[in-house]
Design a protein around this ligand. Structure first.
Ligand code: GCO
Ligand code: MG
Length: 402
């Protein structure tokens, strides 16, 4: 029997911080898993290094489901982003190994191809409406079939989703930056720029928008109703999701499709949203929702209720997660769309990924496993740097959801 012989945890900051797990079997086969939890990276690194690595050594790498159950139930303490990200890293690395042992790309192990490519959305943004329109134009020129649009609200420093440099990276300071937020100003401004995008470019592509948890349910309902003529592909994270029932309020008032799930980590967190058909797209990801094994379970539940997939894919999800996501997206029947935010060039020096972009779609390589390699020598050039996501405060100084 082959055994897990080595388990290494790498923490490096090539452009941004990534935590990466590499498992090596007694037969010399390696597998990679992403363990990055933006702004809380070292907690997951320690969870893996101090608590999971000792449990993994000597185990049979072929027993993916059993190891998942052993780590999940064996922890006694359920769910949570740190635990589920650590389990995800192990699970993803084991699928990578299984693919390499079988000589097959991971999507083949998941049932094979359901589609030729995976439609992705790009991220257009601007410091005002004119700049946003130029950026949408650029994404359409690049061949994107779907574009997310975000513009800075005038006089509101803390608008989510506006790119400053070449790459969008909100975790940019060594302590959380505090940003002001004004809901009314956003509600006055955002519907106008979404309408301007449709006016200028028409309806021949999918338009998305991320509210980033900033509205109450009834405010989100009003917003969704107001932008119905823009026929959004989705309105994302309209309101904080801890109370799944609050999505019913949004749902009751608008036909704008709803997407949620990037901050969630288990099937239990989306159970009500899915089975009550309160959402249209589930955005849980390989890295934060327990790996391919658990995400597949979520997607299968979603399929029963005509909820489609739309996995999170921002820059804080490493190329290992992106590749794993594209394998799963290629296989599942209820795929909707995949988020795709290009990584910094430095990230590409450390992770060599076989994922390619063409005609608005991503494609995985036919290499066995996930098709990603980690260059630990290159990673040494990018030592860990602490970075935090911003915190939002309302105009009266109280903390808001960022
Ligand atoms: C998205 C997300 C991200 C998150 C980021 C936090 O839709 O891509 O909202 O931009 O804010 O992943 O770490
Ligand atoms: Mg989002």
């Amino acid at each position: 029997m082959s055994k897990i012989e080595r388990a290494e945890v790498f923490v490096a900051s090539p452009g941004r911080t990534f935590v990466t797990l590499r498992l090596t079997t007694s037969d010399g086969v390696t597998g990679l898993g992403d363990a990055t939890l933006n702004g809380r990276e070292l907690a997951v690194a320690s969870y893996l290094q101090d608590h999971l690595v000792p449990l993994l050594l000597g185990k049979d790498p072929a027993r993916i489901e059993d190891i998942w159950q052993y780590l999940y139930r064996g922890a006694y303490w359920r769910r949570g982003p740190v635990t589920m990200t650590a389990i995800a890293a192990v699970d993803t690395a084991l699928w990578d190994i299984k693919g390499k042992v079988a000589g097959l790309p991971v999507y083949q192990l998941l049932g094979g191809r359901s589609r030729d490519g995976v439609m992705v959305y790009g991220h257009a943004s601007g410091t005002d409406t004119a700049a946003l329109l130029d950026d949408v134009d650029r994404f359409l020129d690049l061949g994107f079939k779907a574009v997310r649009a975000q513009a800075a609200v005038p006089d509101v420093g803390g608008t989510y989703g506006v790119r400053k440099g070449k790459v969008y990276e909100p975790a940019a300071s060594s302590l959380p930056e505090e940003q002001p937020w004004d809901t009314e100003a956003y509600l006055r401004f955002a519907p106008g720029y979404l309408a301007a995008v449709r006016e200028r470019f028409g309806f021949g592509f999918h338009l998305l928008h991320d509210v980033h948890h900033r509205l109450t349910p009834i405010e989100a309902a009003r917003f969704g109703k107001q932008v119905e003529d823009c026929r959004l592909f989705w309105m994302e994270d309209p309101t904080p999701v801890e109370n799944q029932e609050s999505f019913r309020i949004v749902r009751q008032h608008t036909t704008t499709p709803l997407a949620v799930g990037e901050v969630l980590n288990s099937i239990w967190d989306v159970q009500h949203l899915i089975t009550e058909q309160l959402i249209d797209y589930v955005r849980t990801s390989v890295v934060h929702a327990g790996g391919l094994t658990h995400l597949r379970r979520i997607f299968d539940l979603a399929a029963l209720y005509q909820v489609r997939t739309g996995s999170h894919g921002a820059t804080d999800l490493s190329p290992v997660t992106l590749a794993a996501a594209v394998h799963l997206d290629t296989a599942v029947p209820n795929f909707g769309i995949q988020e795709y935010m290009a990584h910094a060039d430095e990230t590409g020096e450390v992770f060599r990924s076989g994922v390619t972009f063409a005609d608005g779609m991503l494609h995985v390589s036919e290499e066995p496993g996930l098709g990603v390699e980690y260059d630990e020598k290159a990673a040494e050039r990018f030592p860990y740097q602490a970075r935090y996501l911003p915190v939002a405060r309302r105009l009266d100084g109280s903390v808001h959801d960022w």
